[in-house]
Design a protein around this ligand. Structure first.
Ligand code: BV8
Length: 239
């Protein structure tokens, strides 16, 4: 049984990371166009850097830890692969590192990672935990003032190409089980992955609420990811 998982901000909500579209969400107080597009970054880099600096600092708060849903996914993946039950691939829209910290191995962060930055000129990617600003020197050329401010968050903004679409499509077309967890199903191409799965694939949506994508799923489980995911994966482990 080939398993494909797609997660969104809802899986990290119970770890204390705000979602985008729930009350007090990340987009509140910020127009997406201002803080999550290349045009917004070009227009006001200080605003965009501050938006991501706040989120990077928050993510590094020791109180932010993977929750039971992240852990259950990592445990299921290990057991599924150790027992040769088929492929396992976890695609996340989240830019936090909670899946990786929970021990998931086959993770594709299709919208990039908050703890990485990218050079605007060389496209080189660096792990990064500090703040970024328009004055940040290039880590490999710190004395070169002309290179100051050449780093941007290594995240996919609106209008930019998500990471690993070919890999995702390949996994989707051979999936026997597809579970979408904690995503509002409004952002493409992530929300279109369910439609790439084959007719026989079992498609399950785990969310607190109905979403615009719900009708594309065979089964919808309404509840918190930290409660429903361990239960659901235990069911499949026992099969
Ligand atoms: C693309 C990273 C071209 C940054 C994000 C006009 C111009 C350009 C593009 C477009 C356009 N019109 C439409 C588009 C396409 C656009 C798009 O889809 N727009 C939408 C808004 C209409 N998409 C793009 O631009 C993408 N790129 O199209 O490039 C292309 C594409 C294909 C091939 C060639 C070229 C790039 C989109 C990526 C943008 N970056 N994030 C950052 O994080 O700052 S998007 C961001 O929002 C997330 O990454 C995620 O993808 C998206 C949705 O968020 P969710 O994760 O779903 O979270 P949300 O808050 O919405 O929902 C949370 C859910 O969890 C809720 O349902 C809630 O009920 C549930 N929940 C809450 N708590 C729990 C829970 N569930 C369970 N348990 C709980 N405890």
């Amino acid at each position: 049984m080939n398993v494909l998982i797609l997660t969104g901000a809802g899986i990290s909500a119970e770890s204390g990371i705000p979602t985008f579209r729930d009350a007090n969400g990340l987009w509140e107080g910020h127009a997406v166009e201002e803080v999550a597009t290349p045009q917004g970054f070009a227009r006001n880099p200080d605003l965009v850097h501050e938006f991501y600096n706040q989120r990077r600092r928050a993510l590094l708060n020791p109180e932010i830890q993977p929750n039971a849903a992240h852990v259950a996914l990592a445990d299921f993946e290990r057991e599924h692969l150790e027992n040769g039950r088929g492929d396992f691939f976890l695609v996340t829209q989240n830019i936090d590192n909670l899946h990786q910290r929970a021990g998931s191995q086959n993770v594709l962060a299709m919208h990039g990672q908050l703890l990485q930055v990218r050079c605007l000129y060389s496209e080189e990617i660096f792990d990064w935990t500090g703040d970024l600003s328009v004055d940040t020197p290039h880590p490999e050329d710190p004395d070169n003032d002309s290179m100051r401010g050449c780093l941007r968050p290594n995240v996919v903004w609106f209008g930019e190409m998500p990471i690993g679409l070919t890999q995702i499509e390949k996994a989707a077309t051979k999936a026997d089980l597809f579970i979408a967890i904690g995503t509002s199903g409004v952002v493409y191409p992530a929300a279109g992955i369910v439609a790439q799965t084959p007719p026989h694939c079992r498609r399950i949506e785990v969310n607190l609420d109905d979403t615009p994508a719900s009708s594309a799923f065979d089964e919808t489980i309404r509840g918190a990811a930290s409660v429903e995911i361990p239960k659901l994966l235990n069911h499949f482990s026992a099969m």
